[in-house]
Design a protein around this ligand. Sequence first.
Ligand code: ADP
Length: 160
Amino acid sequence: MKAVYPGTFDPATRGHVDIIRRATQIFDGVEVAVVRSSRKELTFSAEERAALVRGSLEEAGIRVAAVTIFDGLLVDFMRSAGHTVFLRGLRAISDFEFELQMQLMNRKLDPGITGLYLLPSEEYIYLSSTLVKEIASRGGDVSFFVFPCVESILRERMAR
Ligand code: ADP
């Protein structure tokens, strides 16, 4: 069985990669689906975000089936790609309410799909892309939170 891991990945962190690593140990194939636009204000373009997911996975030595950019509804993307399972990471309790809403809405849109939730290793449970950008913009060391390819682009982008 294969699964899709959707998100904005703005940018990919070691928390995302931890979830992907766990997923690849369970599923036959994992597709990372980078959503093109979001309600959130994005720092990186969809192409950059996808490239940083690919770069982080390469640096981590993890192989996935594909890293794809998609637009529109997740259920439509899943239907067109033949997926029935999507994965999400759960951090501290703050993620739960949003994920509950998202899963139930997606089920209404397509009862054939199921969301599964994975917990990262505890050192990443409080890690978010937003926090990483905040630390980088203030000149902090983010090497514990992101892979080197992300660290270097963050340094360059945040210096502007
Ligand atoms: P979103 O898709 O909500 O815009 P992200 O792209 O940052 O958010 O994250 C994609 C998925 O990965 C979400 O399910 C999010 O909860 C999860 N995630 C993000 N950071 C971590 C982390 N440090 N540990 C575990 N899961 C995470």
